[in-house]
Design a protein around this ligand. Structure first.
Ligand SMILES: *Cc1c(COP(=O)(O)O)cnc(C)c1O
Length: 357
């Protein structure tokens, strides 16, 4: 039986995408070859790469605005390093918002390149909220933030106005809600949270912010080289890019980002309403900063753990435990998750309440 997969990543994808990807493993585009054995320079795959890159800009409303989309390797973690390499000037300065484990990882890498200012942090409160009282310095080379904190279940619902380039790690909420993407200069996202399988990272970058650091950048780390080589500087993750392309097509055919946002809001509202109503549970993130992608919660009394775990497993739910660094529970309700699966979880929570009375 197919599980209700609440895993934070690698995570659920649309069933239709699984089926098409599986078919392509057997026979890609009736070529008599598997997607796993074709050349990345073959006509059919070059077309996939071109269309996927164009589709990203189309879905984000960034066509003709000086942006390029790339599908690179190394995960979002490599972008923690590639971003300062490409954007921080020699003896330069960057501003970072510290909203969780991933943000802290990005800060750690940036420190190797120059003056890395943490202008706001919620670390002292176990990252349960998004800092608001901070000023982005106008003389920094860029500002970096994390739109959705996968581990702590918080999400930025607004972004600061600034004149310096804005860089955002959108790994766990990319394509989940509409934003004015032209306010960002560089967006990156590991595919495995809301777009595809593990193995590729989407980068959307405004070309005009590149080439100003005075640094010598190794080719593989240089966004410009990847742009010049049309995201084929080295062998791309063919299967991960193809599967992400299938998800992007699914997104477009199902109403685009606006339609996803509406579905995601409905799913999140359903689950948070139960967390707030059910006397056995409590949410861990401050209400106004709650994530609509990763819903984190706790059992108020740990004595109910065994019974709750038994119930959700019996209901066919998978991937519910919180990140190993925080414990509790985390329901990741990415684009591909149907509201019916969220209802199954809500029903289990109600059942626990009944059975504990
Ligand atoms: C998962 C995650 C990462 C790390 O991604 P990798 O692809 O494993 O490097 C970085 N940032 C955020 C917000 C994430 O959710």
């Amino acid at each position: 039986m197919k599980k209700h997969n609440f895993s934070a990543g690698p995570s659920i994808l649309p069933q239709e995408v699984f089926e098409k990807a599986a078919q392509a493993v057997l026979d890609f585009n009736n070529s008599g070859l598997s997607i796993l054995e074709i050349s990345h320079r073959s006509k059919d795959f070059v077309a996939v790469m071109e269309e996927a890159r164009a589709l990203v800009l189309e879905l984000m409303g960034l066509e003709g605005k000086g942006y390029q989309a790339l599908f690179l390797s190394g995960g979002a973690s490599l972008e923690f390093l590639r971003v300062p390499y490409n954007l921080m000037k020699m003896h330069g300065k960057a501003a970072y918002l510290d909203t969780g484990t991933w943000a802290a990882g990005a800060i750690k890498e940036a420190r190797q390149f120059g003056d890395t200012n943490v202008i706001g942090s919620s670390k002292a409160d176990n990252y349960s909220y998004i800092p608001k009282d901070y000023t982005v310095p106008a003389d920094a080379d860029y500002f970096h933030c994390t739109s959705n904190n996968t581990i702590f279940g918080t999400q930025m619902h607004s972004f600061p106005e600034t004149t310096i380039p804005v860089v955002c790690d959108m790994s766990s909420d990319i394509f989940s809600r509409n934003l004015d993407f032209s306010k960002f200069d560089l967006i990156y996202a590991g595919a495995q949270k809301n777009m595809g399988p593990a193995g590729t990272t989407l980068i959307v970058v405004k070309e005009s912010i590149l080439g100003h650091t005075g640094r010598v950048i190794p080719s593989i780390l240089d966004y410009k080289q990847h742009i010049d080589k049309e995201s084929m500087y080295n062998t791309p993750s063919v299967f991960a890019v193809y599967t992400s392309y299938l998800t992007l097509q699914w997104l477009k055919n199902n109403g685009g980002i606006d339609a996803m946002e509406k579905r995601n809001n409905d799913k999140a509202a359903l689950l948070y309403a139960e967390i707030d109503r059910n006397p056995l549970f409590s949410g861990t993130a401050k209400t106004k900063d709650r994530s609509r992608m990763n819903v984190t919660f706790l059992l108020k009394d740990e004595a109910h753990t065994e019974q709750f775990d038994k119930l959700w497993k019996a209901a066919g739910i998978s991937g519910l435990p919180g990140h190993r660094s925080v414990g509790g529970y985390r329901a990741s309700i990415y684009n591909a998750m149907p509201i019916e699966s969220v209802q199954v979880l809500v029903d289990v929570m109600k059942e626990l309440e009944r059975s504990s009375q």
